[in-house]
Ligand binder design. Structure first.
Ligand SMILES: CC(C)(COP(=O)(O)OP(=O)(O)OC[C@H]1O[C@@H](n2cnc3c(N)ncnc32)[C@H](O)[C@@H]1OP(=O)(O)O)[C@@H](O)C(=O)NCCC(=O)NCCS
Length: 170
């Protein structure tokens, strides 16, 4: 399978990510969040308007491509001393084929390039819902460690109950 990671730049790509988010979140999160919470979070964080605002604010979205098809997406934000992996979603039919592992390795190789000036960044950080045991297992397998629990009031009467996880950039 040919693997590529490409930054999301055009309106068409933003709409593709919005569609992928809608499908993955409704299918995957139905056992973790209520439908109301999924709808609320999709509108707030993954609608095309929200994606455009995040990109303008410095979030970098990438499409994950398998044989030129959209297999998933991720989003990162450079912080002072760590790289925040804000989203990583692989479509159901592409899971457990090594795409998340390849994507994280690819991300590390991008951010280690000396010409980008991010060599001071030594850690990758992410947040994962504490009930999302599948993803937690994958992240632990990939070398992430839980560093703390964090509850965030996201408005609308909803709370995200996460673990913050980190690993060194290898
Ligand atoms: C979690 C997710 C990103 C992982 O992506 P993936 O492409 O399926 O993961 P990979 O195939 O790259 O697997 C990565 C490693 O974890 C291992 N792994 C996969 N599932 C595992 C499990 N349930 N328990 C332990 N290890 C597991 C794999 O074997 C692989 O390690 P290896 O290469 O040494 O064998 C993906 O399944 C996903 O998008 N899930 C739904 C949405 C989600 O929860 N996203 C995270 C939000 S924070």
């Amino acid at each position: 399978m040919r693997f590529d990671v490409m930054p999301v730049a055009t309106e068409k790509q933003i709409i593709e990510v919005e569609e992928a988010a809608f499908n993955v979140w409704h299918n995957y999160y139905k056992d973790i969040f209520s439908k109301e919470q999924i709808d609320y979070m999709l509108k707030k964080y993954q609608s095309r308007e929200a994606l455009k605002k995040q990109i303008a604010d410095g979030y970098i979205y990438y499409m994950i491509l398998a044989d030129n098809h959209l297999a998933g997406y991720m989003c990162v934000l450079v912080q002072s001393n760590y790289l925040y992996l804000a989203r990583l979603y692989i479509k159901a039919e592409y899971r457990r084929q090594g795409l998340a592992k390849k994507t994280i390795s690819h991300l590390e190789s991008i951010f280690k390039k000396p010409e980008l000036g991010f060599s001071h960044i030594k850690k990758l950080r992410l947040k994962v819902e504490r009930n999302n045991s599948f993803a937690i297992n994958v992240y632990e397998h990939l070398g992430f460690k839980k560093i703390r629990s964090e509850d965030t009031d996201i408005g609308g009467g909803f709370v995200c109950r996460d673990y913050v996880m980190e690993r060194e950039i290898s």
